[in-house]
Write a protein that binds this ligand. Sequence first.
Ligand SMILES: Cc1cc2nc3c(=O)[nH]c(=O)nc-3n(C[C@H](O)[C@H](O)[C@H](O)COP(=O)(O)OP(=O)(O)OC[C@H]3O[C@@H](n4cnc5c(N)ncnc54)[C@H](O)[C@@H]3O)c2cc1C
Length: 303
Amino acid sequence: MPSPAAYSDFGPMRLNEPLSNWTTMRIGGPAEMFFEPHKPEHLADLLTALEKDGVPWTLIGGGANTVAPDGGIPGAVIHTGNMRRLFRDGNGLRLWPGVTLPTLVRSAQGLGLSGVEKLVGVPGHVGGALAMNAGSVEWGIWDQVEEIVLWSPGPANEEDGLKFRTWSPKEIQPAYRHGNLGGRVVLETLLTLEESTPLAVKATQDEFLKRKNQSQPVKLTSAGCAFKNPNGDSAGRLIDSAGLKGHCIGGVAVSDIHANFLVNQGGASAADVRQMLDIIEQTVLEKSGVSLERELVVLPEPL
Ligand SMILES: Cc1cc2nc3c(=O)[nH]c(=O)nc-3n(C[C@H](O)[C@H](O)[C@H](O)COP(=O)(O)OP(=O)(O)OC[C@H]3O[C@@H](n4cnc5c(N)ncnc54)[C@H](O)[C@@H]3O)c2cc1C
């Protein structure tokens, strides 16, 4: 692997950065190289250079849906937090990948633009939200995507020799809690929103936030929902009826407020989370015959 100095043109970089500082679950060992590019074009160039040199890379946004490995991540971790520009474009918003969801929600409200109210109270960055198709049961952020600029691994485009291009949602085919990016990286997106008024948008946001605060452990250290809701049912209900509410392994507990949230009670490890996910999957399968699908991104331990 080239020396870290070979990547000094791509913006700030730190060595052995603890990932527990960058995930909402507060879990994770060190990233060998931790980059924070300032612009999407720097991100694209960095990805291209790492790919050329055969250096493995991992993207991280707000770390709000991710469990980082106890043993850390070899190679490069790229945090999107410095790329946070947001531009008005007609009735839409053009966003860099590190715009935080609270900034998106606040800006749309201030401009009287409706469409992303259901992201109120959801932590994370726009890139991570698109990768996860974050939202509610019946809505995801991709419902608002007009176009998206993605960097792709592999050969450059034949026409222009670049490694990124603009895609339509129809080409990507996102699904429930699954952005279907397949290794591609979000550099920018344009969301279509509807003209409304700041007051009307705020009223809708307040309603969603009230419901969220009542039903989820929003003040505790978690990484959101651990499992996707199976068709017509709720993962939280299934975990609760399997008798697992409050169940603890090491420092991790199944939340008493919402059984689909795993909470770090202090000192939790990625190994605790993995064990807990396995036990939940086995118990729910035994008790209700349903195979739960993981929503949490649990990154693998280094070999
Ligand atoms: C208290 C709490 C409440 C939550 N409520 C909700 C909710 O209501 N609805 C919901 O859907 N989620 C919810 N979540 C989960 C989380 O907030 C969302 O999934 C959010 O979109 C994650 O964004 P992130 O930037 O933190 O992603 P990360 O956890 O940083 O990353 C998630 C995935 O996205 C990839 N990724 C990150 N950036 C990019 C990029 N630029 N290009 C390509 N891939 C990228 C990462 O590699 C990783 O695979 C909640 C979480 C918490 C802690």
